[in-house]
Design a protein around this ligand. Structure first.
Ligand code: FMN
Ligand code: SF4
Ligand code: SF4
Length: 261
């Protein structure tokens, strides 16, 4: 059994490769029973500022796992820093203990820093990493990826850099006149924080996970980061090539609008 959270499909792709029917965390947050029993239970999610998404931490607080083996795979795009340690601490705060925690380098979907065209042209050896992690997990290997003093320092410097910036800095978005009101952004949002008003998308900050799924999925490039944030390439967007838009909608849709796809 594997649970996942995804904005642009990386974590869903990995979850699909690890277990046959991955379960979307956004789709089960509304349920009453959070008890899960399986021979092995895992979580696959991205890191944001080296940490698991807020919704994943919330899920961990609610969930009760009956299992012999609990594993966590953190997908990232550039620098994991001490993400393994930070995840370990969040899991401990949720009253659990992971048997295995690791990271997996993929395309970095963080638009303020990266050009998606360039990211997609890099060979990050995803399949190699996946094969090694899968064999660890299937063998129920215990352990954690090593965290170095340099990794901790990278996180400390990051925290220092973002200190004083508004918490919402990564989640302030613009919708331009190019918006055609298609509603795709509303349906790839795992937190239900985009609605349509007068055929135009409106982003609500409350509950926003900063996953950037909405911006990446817009077919008209009508969503972008609001100033002062700037994008190296506002014309390039990303979705993992092993994940269809329909799968992303099934993973994240919190609306009850009739199918638009
Ligand atoms: C708001 C935000 C913050 C991010 N922070 C980091 C980070 O600290 N380090 C890193 O290497 N990647 C970071 N990333 C990149 C994602 O972790 C990475 O692309 C991940 O694989 C995306 O997974 P998904 O496609 O399942 O959403 C960040 C992405 C976003 C949107
Ligand atoms: S996906 Fe783009 S075009 Fe469609 S409603 Fe959202 S912002 Fe508008
Ligand atoms: S509004 Fe966009 S960034 Fe925020 S949770 Fe929804 S899809 Fe993710």
């Amino acid at each position: 059994m594997v649970f996942y959270f995804t904005g642009t499909g990386n974590s869903l792709y990995i979850a699909k490769e690890l277990e046959s029917t991955p379960i979307s965390i956004p789709q089960i947050m509304g349920r009453e029973d959070f008890t899960f029993t399986a021979d092995r239970i895992g979580i696959v999610c991205p890191i944001y500022g080296h940490e698991m998404p807020a919704m994943v931490k919330e899920f961990l607080q609610k969930a009760v796992f009956h299992t012999d083996y609990f594993y966590v795979v953190l997908t990232y795009g550039n620098r994991h820093a001490n993400a393994v340690e930070l995840a370990d601490a969040a899991i401990e705060r949720a009253g659990k203990r992971a048997d295995y925690i690791t990271t997996l380098l993929m395309v970095d979907n963080f638009l303020p820093a990266f050009d998606m065209e360039e990211q997609e042209s890099l060979d990050k050896r995803v399949e190699e990493q996946l094969a090694s992690i899968r064999s660890d997990i299937w063998a129920k290997k215990a352990g954690r990826q090593t965290v170095t003093a340099e990794d901790r320092e990278a996180h400390r410097q990051y925290v220092e850099r973002v200190k004083g910036q508004p918490e919402t800095i990564w989640a302030s978005y613009l919708v331009t006149d190019a918006c055609i009101g298609c509603g795709i952004c509303t349906r790839v949002c795992p937190a239900g924080c985009i609605r349509l008003a007068h055929q135009k998308a409106v982003h609500m900050l409350e509950r926003c996970q900063a996953c950037m799924a909405c911006i990446h999925a817009c077919p008209k490039l009508a969503m972008m980061l609001a100033p002062p944030m700037r994008e190296p390439n506002p014309r390039a967007r990303y979705r993992n090539r092993h994940v269809s838009l329909t799968e992303l909608v099934a993973a994240n849709d919190q609306t009850d609008i009739a199918s638009i796809l």
